[in-house]
Structures are given as structure tokens and as C-alpha cells.
Design a binder for this molecule. Sequence first.
Ligand code: FNR
Length: 387
Amino acid sequence: MAPHWSDFQYEIYLNGLRGDVPRLPTDLTRLEELTAQRLGPGPVGYVSGSAGNGSTAAANRAALERRRIVPRMLRDVHQRDLSVQVLGRTLPAPMALAPVGVLSIMHPDGEVAAARAAAAHGVPFTLSSASSTPMEEVAAAMGGSERWFQLYWPKDREVTASFLRRAKAAGFSVLCVTLDTPMLAWRPRDLDQAYLPFLHGVGTANYFTDPAFQAGLAKPVQEDLDGAVRHFLGMFSDPAKTWPDLEFLRASWDGPIVVKGILHPDDARLAADAGMDGVVVSNHGGRQVAGSIGAADALPGVVEAVGDRLTVLFDSGIRTGDDIVKALALGADAVLVGRPYVYGLGLDGQAGVEHVIRCLLAELDLTLALSGHATPGTVRADTLAEA
Ligand code: FNR
């Protein structure tokens, strides 16, 4: 019989016979507090913080909490297969790691450690434009494993085109264009500490190594860091962009494109009309618009609008395996996980990210099985009740 993700729990219990217990909690909701105890206030505030008073991050949790799984019995779940088809590829489970910038503030091995952890379990890794490591180095650490590239869409067309060429050459298969960050939101936990790593040239590696970016500098990066940072800040994003601008990306990327940050059904329709292959229903983990709709509350409307035309991915608030079941029941094809793996990275490097991946997928496997599902495909709207 093929191994199941749930086998991780037997591995843990068997290790216990030798007196070993897991280095990190298996209830992943405890990782945030542990991270706050062990890491510095700058990185902790940056990762855990949200926009405004945190109301959107709270709404993300509330939208998932309010929905409850209704388990079904006697459905033969002894053999299970969690694999799904997403954007023309087979994923071992309906989960990928979300793009998160500046991972070196959490651990010196940063993106490379997280990418290796994802590759070790066949889970796609989405590399942020704002990574602390150039995309080619991260790709080299992943071998042939599935990797996606997230674009913060620069103002400068040449830099945009250059990023896309480099990502394609480095084996990134899916382009994930983040639309919800045309500017940085009001983030009190960062503001109160005046903490923004980019100003120190951290999280700018893709830009500083880019020939099109370098062409716009008066002096090389090593000779004038401040000038390079200013050039980065001037082109990082472009609040003037509108839907027709997607044509340029569609023409420049030969592969699936998903747009991230979609919350309104009409925006999902516009994405479909623009030739996109998918959307990520997301409010950036509550980091952009305070007072925004909880992401899970936006999901059914988007699925109804475009579910038959587009792949619908989901993130913002996923903390446990049962959260993933709920997102599937609301119509998502797969989820992205953000902060939990970043806490795992901060607490225990690559091993910490692997721990988070294995806990989430073991819990997903068990929750599906115990609710009467041998595959994600049988999870539907009637899997949930609203409390
Ligand atoms: C992010 N996110 C993000 N998104 C993106 O498209 N590009 C990026 O560089 C980043 N950077 C980033 C940094 C940090 C510290 C966090 C926590 C998040 C958003 C991310 O992809 C995802 O949408 C959220 O993290 C999902 O919410 P949860 O899982 O953190 O609740």
C-alpha cells in the first residue's frame, strides 16, 4: 500500500520509544508564540504583523472557524490519495508554500532552506520577487522540483521582462502575479519599530542581480547601496496599472499565470477575460487592507463566478489540516500556506519547514479520512455547516 501522509504520526510515536519527541509543537497554532519568544522583535513584528489593527487577519481566522466540518461514516477510507491536478501539474496534495519575501530575516539559510524543505516533500515552493536570495540560487537548490515564481510587478517594463526570462530559464513553471500590493499598507508593528529590511538592501537580491535593473544605476550596487535601494523603491510597484496591462505579462510568459489577491467575483471574471489561468483568493494574510472581508468569506463567490473557467487557489488564515479541508469545501482547488512555514523556518531552519509541511499534510489526511473522504475530490459544499 502506498504510504499515507498520516504515517507521520506513527513515526512520531515510534521515535518516542527511543525517548524522542518532536522538536516543535505538532499543533501549529503554537508556533507564532514560540517564534515571538525566540526571535528578535523586528522580524517577529514583520512576519506576524498585519495591516491596521489586525482586523483582517482576525477575519481570516473567524471565516474559517465559523465553518465546521460535518464528518461522514462508513465510506471505506483505508486507501487514500491526496494528489490533485492543478494548473496542468500533479501535486501530491492540494497545498503549496506561499510567496513570502525576505526569509533571511528568519533564518540565515532563508529561501534556500524553505525551498529544499518543499522539494523534499514534492510540495511546490513559490519564490517571492522580494527574496533575499537570487532566484537562480534557489532554483539550483531544488533540482527538478516544482517551483513557482511570484511577481511584484515592477514599474519598469525591461526589469519585468528580465525577471520573467530569468524565472523561465531557472525552471519556474507557474507565474503568480500579486495584484494587492501596488503600495505597502499601513502596518503599525513595522512602523512602531521603523523596521523595513528592504532599506538595508535585504529582500532585494533579484533586483540587485538583474542586468536590466543594474542598467538603470549610476554606480554598481556594491559602490552605492543607497542609490540601488532608491532605484528599487522607485520601481518596486506601480499603482497606475490596470487590467489591460496584463496583456504584456500574458504575451511575455509561456506558461500558466495566476493573479493573487482576488476577493471580488468581478475581478475574478476580469482575470479570466484577460487570459489568466487562475486566481489566488487572498488578502495577503491580512497585511494589505485592514477592515477587509475574510478571505474564506470571499472564496465561494469567486468560485461561483469563475470556478468552471479558472483554477482557484486560496490563502490567508490556513493554520491546520482541517482549515485546508474547509477551503476545499468552499471550492478551492488547492491552498497556499504562509506564516506557519515561516515560523517553522525561524525556529528550526529547513527541518522546521519540513515539520510544518508534514504536520499539515498528516492532519489533512487524517481529517479527510475521519470525515469520510479518501480523496480531496469528494469534499463539497455540504461537507461544511456554518456555526
Ligand atoms: C507575505 N506575503 C507575500 N505575498 C506575495 O505575493 N509576495 C511576497 O513577497 C509576500 N511576502 C510576505 C511576507 C510575510 C512575512 C508574510 C506573512 C506574507 C503574503 C503570502 O503570500 C500569503 O498571501 C499570506 O501569508 C497568507 O496568509 P497566512 O497563511 O500567512 O495567514
